[in-house]
Design a protein around this ligand. Structure first.
Ligand code: BG6
Length: 294
């Protein structure tokens, strides 16, 4: 378990405790919001501005080393799905199943920023032979959750990587939810058996079956419309967005996803994936940011 070193002080309203499955979790409780970040995967599992939860986590989620938490914001890195070559494992990379270090936290009374870090180790180099650091800043406030992922190449060779902030949002009913903002963008339809495309989106995204679309070459802001509520996902340094709902059969096939939970969630992910994979030269870094507001 990684705990803050003795010379590290966390601000009032931020502390480390034991979360589900005995995993260490950073809890935030300030007037603007409450929130939760597991060190396992640097996984944000809760952001409640003014008491209303924005993220979705499955009741069946498993909290254990080596397993990704189903819901919240898993970090996909250094590849997305099965990677550029289609053969990388584990799915979505190792960042979401590795324990990150807690660097610290700051607050200005309005915002809380929790900073986590991951760098290469013998275990990561076995899966991906590169030297890197990931610095992750989670900024929680009353109006916004900002997630900033900075990847630095600390090695001597360039590397190619993919990344995603695989954000799960709670919705009242996916059948009456719509995702706006991506009209005109090019996407690949990743639903098994579908014509993969590329297609061009010609209207708001609605849901009447499994949706699994990887939007490419677009930094457009997406808006989830759920009744009177709108959740906005603005992005910086991100050219891909993934919109996903597993629908009935795929949800039932996942052991860590409740059979009836598919109607209450949608993923809108901030990413650089597939054709938008990034190359970093030695010493170079890139920051991808998701700005989530309600
Ligand atoms: C989405 C992918 O990002 O993640 C889907 O587009 C995938 O194809 C989903 O099913 C969940 O992936 P996992 O590995 O967390 O089950």
């Amino acid at each position: 378990m990684t705990v803050p070193s003795s010379d590290q002080t966390l601000p009032d309203g931020v502390w480390v405790t034991t979360g589900r499955g005995g995993l260490p979790v950073v809890r935030v409780d300030v007037p603007a919001c409450t929130g939760e970040v597991y060190l396992h995967g640097a996984h944000v599992t809760s952001w409640r501005p003014l008491g209303a939860e924005v993220l979705w986590v499955s009741e069946a989620a498993v909290y254990q080393p080596g397993k990704a938490i189903r819901g919240g914001v898993p970090i996909c890195f250094p590849w997305f799905a099965d990677g550029p070559g289609g053969t990388s494992t584990p799915a979505h990379g190792f960042a979401r199943t590795t324990e990150w270090g807690l660097v610290g936290a700051t607050t200005d009374g309005q915002w809380v920023e929790v900073i986590l870090a991951l760098s290469d180790s013998p275990a990561t180099r076995e899966l991906w032979p590169h030297s890197f650091t990931c610095d992750y800043r989670v900024r929680m406030g009353e109006n916004e959750l900002a997630l900033l992922l900075t990847v630095t190449n600390t090695g001597d060779e360039p590397f190619l990587y993919e990344e995603a902030l695989h954000t799960y949002f709670g919705v009242t009913d996916i059948r009456s939810t719509q995702v706006d903002g991506l009209v005109g963008a090019s996407y690949l339809d990743m639903v098994p058996g579908a014509d993969r495309g590329p297609h061009v989106l010609d209207g708001p995204i609605t849901f009447a079956g499994e949706v699994d679309r990887t939007f490419q070459g677009t930094g457009a802001t997406a808006v989830i419309r759920d009744g009177d509520r709108a959740v906005t996902i603005a992005r910086d340094g991100s050219d891909s967005a993934i919109v996903w709902n597993p629908w009935i059969d795929k949800a039932a096939a996942m052991g860590d996803f409740g059979d009836d939970e598919w109607s209450g969630m949608v993923c809108v992910e901030t990413a650089n994936a597939k054709a938008d994979a990034l190359t970093l030269e030695p010493g170079a870094q890139h920051t991808m940011t998701a700005y989530i507001s309600v």
